[in-house]
Design a protein around this ligand. Structure first.
Ligand code: URP
Ligand code: ZN
Ligand code: ZN
Length: 480
């Protein structure tokens, strides 16, 4: 099966140029002008359009068991919705329950993900600590292509990682050449503030943002960054929602620390007024952590993206429908945290980023795809338009438009946080592993067509040397 994309302008994170792209056997086989390709290829007319690397959403939670329920979007429906929006790969999360062996959880998530119709990979969360976790982290890195470990600094009494866990896990990740990632919110503070609000009789969704003010996020981001600095491990801070966490990242980067920041499309575009809506269903549908913030934070986040202190855009796609959200009708602490967006991220970023002049098309490619591929070590296999790369592409129609709505989206959720937003700039075609899976509004996906993507560690020799020093064994690694 081969595909010949003609007439378009290829846009990468570095440059834009007129070129045809020829894909064969799931890979990009040629990029250039006037390609002489074998007969029989399916032809895509990309006239007047951009040909870009497919989006990578580095933060999703398909069918996550969470807060007493299970996210409504599974790996098939979620990756299909992503493809409809130009996203050709997700990085989801294995989240073991405390005391659950990491390998057991990893195998469970791998099984759940078999039905995915686009490529996927997994960060693995460290939610507890003992010698078996220490051992399983090595197995995951060396045998299962995991190079990132996640730490939830919030969700006390459930999956929260305290400082002891952070220190142990960060140290181990460094030995293994893996990157650490954190959900930065001080879980102790959230717990205390929640209780205070309930005691005052504030039990509706408006209590959710009040229990998680920006300082709670800024403190945790700074703490994780400083722990990572002392232990000399790279750090990726997920879903930065406020000026305070961005400042912590910016400060550390200006000191030369290897810290990366992610921002969600939702945090860039939705503000905290949603929690003051008196319709419980509407307000609860927006309950996620960290919460949507006041507009001043959105301005700061856009500047963070533009200045290069925030690197990736994600969605934290974690869908719960109204009946699930209703669990917290009388107590905001019980509203399952999460919102959707995997289908809309690319279009809302193009419209509000490129369409407003905040981002160039190349910067758009960087923040929606290339930077994630580079940070998580799968570049140039992903995130590039180059010979030998996976043929995961999006043909982007800058003149096309669509009005986002839960009535028409492909996501398995009854709500859309971007409801009613008309965006200019949409994917006309999405190519996954060389196959046309989205064409002019029609999805043509196959359950199970997605593949698990191995992500190699960053510094295996360095990691091996650290490990050998710990065990006082020779490494066999010779310096020139
Ligand atoms: O509210 C959210 N973000 N739900 C998903 C879990 C997480 O914290 O990322
Ligand atoms: Zn989180
Ligand atoms: Zn998340």
């Amino acid at each position: 099966m081969s595909l010949h994309i003609k007439g378009g302008t290829v846009v990468t994170a570095e440059q834009a140029f007129r070129a045809e792209v020829y894909c064969a056997d799931g890979r990009i086989a040629a990029v250039g002008e006037n390609l002489d390709v074998p007969a029989g290829a399916e032809v895509v007319d990309a006239g007047g359009q951009y040909v870009m690397p497919g989006g990578i959403d580095p933060h999703t939670h398909m069918q996550l068991p969470f807060m007493g329920t299970v996210a409504s979007e599974d790996f098939f429906t979620g990756t299909a919705a992503g493809l409809a929006g130009g996203t050709t790969m997700i990085i989801d999360f294995v989240i073991p329950n405390p005391q659950q062996p990491l390998m057991e959880a990893y195998k469970q998530w791998r099984e759940w993900a078999e039905k995915a119709c686009a490529d996927y990979s997994f960060h693995v969360a460290v939610t507890w600590w003992d010698e078996s976790v220490h051992r399983d982290m090595e197995t995951l890195v060396k045998k299962h292509g995991v190079n990132s470990f996640k730490h939830f600094m919030a969700y006390k009494g459930a999956i929260m990682a305290d400082d002891e866990i952070l220190v142990n896990s960060f140290q181990r990740a460094r030995e293994l050449g893996a990157i650490c990632t954190v959900h930065a919110e001080n879980g102790e503070l959230v717990f205390t503030l929640q209780q205070e609000l309930i005691d005052k009789g504030i039990n509706g969704p408006e209590g959710h943002p009040l229990s998680r003010p920006p300082q709670v996020e800024g403190e945790a981001a700074n703490r994780a960054i400083r722990i990572a600095e002392v232990l000399d491990v790279p750090l990726y801070v997920v879903h930065n929602s406020c000026r305070q966490s961005l400042e912590a990242i910016t400060r550390a980067r200006s000191e030369g620390q290897r810290v990366f920041g992610e921002v969600l499309a939702g945090h860039l575009l939705v503000d905290d007024s949603v929690y003051r809506n008196t319709d419980f269903e509407f307000a609860a549908a927006h309950v996620m952590s960290p919460p949507f913030r006041a507009k001043e934070h959105q301005r700061a986040l856009w500047r963070g993206l533009q200045s290069g202190n925030l690197h990736t855009t994600a969605t934290d796609h974690c869908c719960f429908c109204a009946p699930q959200k209703a669990a917290g009708k009388d107590d905001f602490r019980l509203i399952p945290n999460g919102t959707g967006g995997v289908e809309d991220r690319m279009a809302v970023l193009w419209h509000h980023g490129v369409g407003t002049g905040r981002l160039t098309p190349s910067e758009f490619v960087r923040v929606t795809s290339t930077a994630a591929a580079q940070i998580f070590n799968i570049y140039p296999r992903k995130g590039s338009v180059s010979i030998g790369a996976d043929a995961d592409l999006v043909v982007w129609d800058p003149e096309g438009s669509r009005t986002i709505s839960a009535k028409t989206h492909h996501q398995n959720i009854d709500f859309n946080i971007f409801e009613g937003m008309t965006v200019k700039g949409i994917p006309s075609h999405t190519v996954s592993a060389g196959k046309l899976v989205w064409k002019d509004g029609e999805l043509n996906v196959e359950k199970g067509a997605g593949n698990y993507v191995d992500r190699p560690p960053f510094a295996p020799y360095y990691g091996a040397m650290q490990e050998a020093r710990r065990r006082k064994e020779p490494t066999g690694v010779k310096r020139k």
